[in-house]
Design a protein around this ligand. Structure first.
Ligand code: DAH
Length: 337
């Protein structure tokens, strides 16, 4: 029995010392309830009274030694595991961080927001209309019948003979007036389309912002005051505006409106091509025919309207010399705003 115990001890210690020893399995094998050492102790009954304490002592010693070795092994395994973990999770706080790319507002959206803010501040609301529009709203309701020459400058994309991609935001005027009795005070920013070839100042898709005010006693003075306020907020306090007579079928009288060049203050420079003035929009008093077609009585009400090109404002404000930059989504360009 003594030999068996010593054999168990040397085997157990050897197994524990082996590389990749599975400590838990070995513990069960040698010390467990069904383990080898327990089996030997069960046979103690067969020993003589003299032998019993001697073998008992030896068995206890063997158990203690194996236990101590197991203890030692599992402690060092734990330390090794912790060390490996710490090594794997090592954090170098001096390494520069990874940049999280931040999006920016597109210059067109930026200016559209500014426009909205300026007019919301003056008590306007924002109206929207469809980009796929009826010929009726895009032209006819704006006093531009089928054969009118004004259609030539606004050639657009036709879906059917009577449905097209709107060539201007002005149809929103007609839609709003049809559904609302005055007072009306709206702006309507949005996309418009024309069958133009792409170049530095043209694109088949661009943006406009329409404005419309209809009420009793609205005059050209209101239009001037409103646009002056707008120009000063958008381009700077010193900005002046100038009206030049023009013709639009849906306004009478009509005007093209210029702002004093905010680059040179009106002296003449490259931006204003030596003129001192820059054209920014079309405007006028809503034509009585247009009011009448929208069921508003021109004997009682009058109104003004204006329409501006958002791209043009963006390009002027930020000195952009080619409209295509606005659509090409080159990050190097877009990051400058
Ligand atoms: N819709 C016109 C255009 O695209 C711009 C315009 C001019 C709008 C005069 C108006 C206006 O509301 O009154 O050229």
């Amino acid at each position: 029995m003594k030999d068996t115990l010593l054999k168990i001890k040397s085997e157990a210690l050897a197994a524990l010392a082996a590389e990749n020893a599975d400590i838990e399995t070995l513990r069960i094998k040698y010390l467990g309830k069904k383990g080898e050492l327990t089996a030997v102790l069960r046979g103690m009954g067969k020993l003589t009274p003299e032998e019993r304490p001697v073998i008992g002592q030896l068995a206890n010693d063997v158990r203690a030694e194996i236990e101590a070795e197991i203890e030692k092994m599992s402690a060092s395994a734990k330390t090794a595991a912790l060390e490996a973990k710490l090594k794997a999770e090592k954090l170098d706080v001096t390494v520069p961080g990874t940049k999280i790319p931040m999006g920016k507002c597109h210059p067109l959206a930026l200016v559209q927001r500014q426009l909205e803010e300026i007019f919301l501040g003056m008590g306007y609301s924002i109206a929207e209309g469809p980009e796929v529009e009826y010929d009726y709203y895009n032209f006819q309701a704006l006093n531009i019948p089928k054969d009118h020459p004004a259609r030539d400058t606004q050639d657009t994309f036709y879906i059917t003979e009577n449905i097209l991609l709107r060539s201007q935001t002005s149809p929103v005027q007609a839609r709003v007036m049809e559904n609302t009795q005055p007072p009306i005070k709206i702006i309507s920013p949005g996309r418009v389309y024309r069958s133009d070839a792409v170049d530095a100042t043209h694109s088949p898709l661009f943006h406009q912002c329409e404005g419309l005010v209809v009420d009793k006693g609205i005059t050209m003075g209101d239009l001037k005051g409103t646009l002056e306020m707008f120009a000063k907020t958008m381009f700077g306090e010193d900005t002046r505006i100038r009206f030049r007579p023009h013709h639009f079928p849906f306004t009478e009288p009509s005007a093209e409106v210029d702002v004093s060049c905010f680059a040179c203050g009106g002296k003449g420079c490259r931006l204003c091509k030596g003129e001192g003035w820059i054209e920014i929009l079309g405007a006028g008093m809503v034509h009585p025919n247009v009011l009448r077609m929208c069921n508003i009585d021109p004997e009682v009400y009058s109104g003004f309207a204006f329409g501006l090109g958002v791209e043009r404002i963006v390009m002027l404000k930020y000195h952009i010399d080619d409209m295509r930059h606005l659509y090409e989504n080159d990050i190097r360009f877009l990051h400058q705003f």
